[in-house]
Ligand binder design. Sequence first.
Ligand code: SF4
Length: 665
Amino acid sequence: MRFAETGFNLEVDLTRGSIERVETDPRLTEQHLGGLGTNARLLWDRVPPGAEPFSPENLLIFSTGLLVGTPAPGANRTIVSTFSPQTKLMAYSMMGGFFAPELKHAGYDKVILRGQSPDLVYLWIHNDKVEIRDASHLRGKGAVETQDLIRKELRQPEAHVAAIGLAGESRVFFASIEQGKSSASRGGLGAVMGDKKLKAIAVRGTKDINIARPAEFMAQCNGILEYIAVRRQHLIPGVMPILAGLGSPQEMAVHDEKWHTENFMWGNSRLRRKDFWNEEIQKQWTETLESFRTRLISCYNCPMKCGATLSIPGLPTYMMKCFSKLTYTMAAMADLDFGLKIAQRATEYGVDGFSAPQVMAFGFELLEAGILTDKDFEGMPADDQGKFHWLLDRIVRREGIGDVLADGTHWAAERIGKGAEAFAHNNIKKHEQLPLKLGMLNPIYFLMYSTGEKINITQIEGNFPQAPFATREEREEFVRDWPHVPDEKFKDYFVNWEQRGENSIPHYPPPAATCEIVDWQERMHYIDDSLGLCAGLSSFPLKPPYHIHNLPPFISAAAGIDLDEDGLTRIAARNRNLVRAVNVRRGMRRADEKPPEDHWKKRFPELEAQLMDEYYRFRGWNSQGIPTRQTLNELSLDYVADDFEEQGILEVGDGASRDGDTAGA
Ligand code: SF4
């Protein structure tokens, strides 16, 4: 009997129209847990390194995590993985909501899609009955609208549906997949779904999930819930409000946007409006949000309420979460009323709420700079807000200049030329980032942005505070009750971290300690992404309910796998290295590993090089960021090392790289 997982994947070949239920190898669960880990293994094994993202060879995987669907609070993530049209590297975006638990209850751990359908279709999974159905009548329909239409057509009001909108159908490089109360937005997953001509996946499941030691597991789950209840009453003092509690930042519940609006950059991440926020704006924005927000909402089996439904007169209801509340508003230099209205249209089109506003503002900057001309924007309304609606419509239809911008700022700049590259300034590995520009380089975030495979400035925050508290007393107070640390030395690192002077950024924490902190934060994310746990209860906030010490017995009670802290740490390292290997095989090297040039005003090239060297050494990678044979062998990834040697990525015998130099491991 399999525990926590079902032990079966659904394999769908969209070219042939075939569907298979395939039993999986339990040893893979022991090696990778599930979710992101086993997705990476599938992409490694089955997608040739040269395969284009838009090709039948590319896989699109919808995966549950190992604990999804069990009573584990917050275990509800769908991990969607593929190769991104924008970065050309592995993309994995997670969505909350209800889809993954429903899939697990239908009897599947993953849906693995390959090929390309000749016509637009959707997949209907109802326990053992699975069929590919015609979706030609859904062509051009909104992503949220499609979910409702499919539920009605199937007469299954309880079904959960993940769908793309027009942006996905048009293969817009930043198209999202929308699902109920969540979305998988980063990396252009919706474009790959559109390329496969798959409009949606609907799922309804009513089967049980087996737990290895139910009484023990339920007691642990109750402990997590009790901790959440207590922690909600004890906010962390001295940090910004969205980092004081648990969960994904509960933007839809807050009205004070002074911090975001004055610290984040407006337009195409260009302009800081230091004195923007005042009482009048707060009053106006509060009224706007309260009049549109119908209720705060949760994901499956979670007591937090991180999202909200918005019902704007004359528009269909939609869901919003986190910083997308402000992205359109700030890109268009507009007010919240505009931002919430255009976001409804953008959600139906299915576009990433970080990339899309920036891409549009980038287009207008190029127009102002004379790099694009009025001819490119023929027919555009004159008013500022109308312009954004007009351009969004062009992008998702790939019409005129919209076709160029639909590839995102990096590829659009390359196509436009004439100096447009300088305006695509906010990318990591060709992907638009959160519009945050800061003063002094922070060594921890420098490494996480540069080397993180999630290729994302947001959603990688972690359990170590982002900045030192003002006084030593406050820091000592914080570490007094901090059982989450993997080792006591992290408490010293924090207590000794000063806002100014010798022990402040950029030279503190020193490189070796910085690597250890980054490793802790990354480790927790890799664990969450394999278990399907919401980062908002584990890897993202300060002092979360899940941590490295309570997770091994928790996983063990659910899945029946013998696991201790070292074992779990090793699995996280294996998954981290396998995802890296997938990207290395597609050509990613050290030169690609950098944050946006203007992310910090004060940069330190020598220190940054030292940090990169130290981190690569710490990880057991060579100077190009390639895991050495020794590292790979230690993690039972010998087959990766063999492949690297065969491809000439590593030299046989010594782990050296032919396009780099000798390994430092
Ligand atoms: S913490 Fe928030 S985002 Fe995470 S599962 Fe709960 S409701 Fe969803």
